[in-house]
Design a protein around this ligand. Structure first.
Ligand SMILES: [Zn+2]
Length: 113
């Protein structure tokens, strides 16, 4: 979430005002150069919009947008997670990859929540 650095809370909430916006952001962090199937490497996919999954065309492998993150398997709206993370961003942007940071942070929040 490095590009959110310097955003005000208002701007942040505008930017991530919908579930779709959050998903798009996660997508762009996970597959910065476009979707690539983790199993076969193909780049053609279908979006399974009812779930947070992308299915590759060649092998029907379902890649999860949120696998390996604390967002995985949560039924809570991504938007709520994003907003919960926001106050912590200035502290974590410097030290490690942004996506990883959000995961670590959310673990902390959950533990102390
Ligand atoms: Zn595949």
């Amino acid at each position: 979430m490095a590009q959110q650095k310097g955003m005000s809370l208002f701007e942040f909430q505008q930017r991530f005002s919908s579930e779709e916006a959050c998903k798009e952001h996660l997508f762009s962090m996970r597959w910065a150069e476009g979707f690539k199937c983790p199993r076969c490497g193909c780049q053609e996919y279908y979006h399974i919009s009812s779930r947070r999954h992308y299915q590759c065309r060649d092998y029907n492998y379902q890649a999860s947008l949120t696998a390996g993150t604390i967002f995985h398997k949560t039924r809570t709206a991504l938007r709520k997670w994003f907003w919960a993370i926001f106050p912590w961003l200035p502290m974590i942007n410097e030290v490690s990859p942004p996506f990883l940071c959000s995961i670590v942070l959310m673990s902390v929040i959950l533990q102390h929540g």
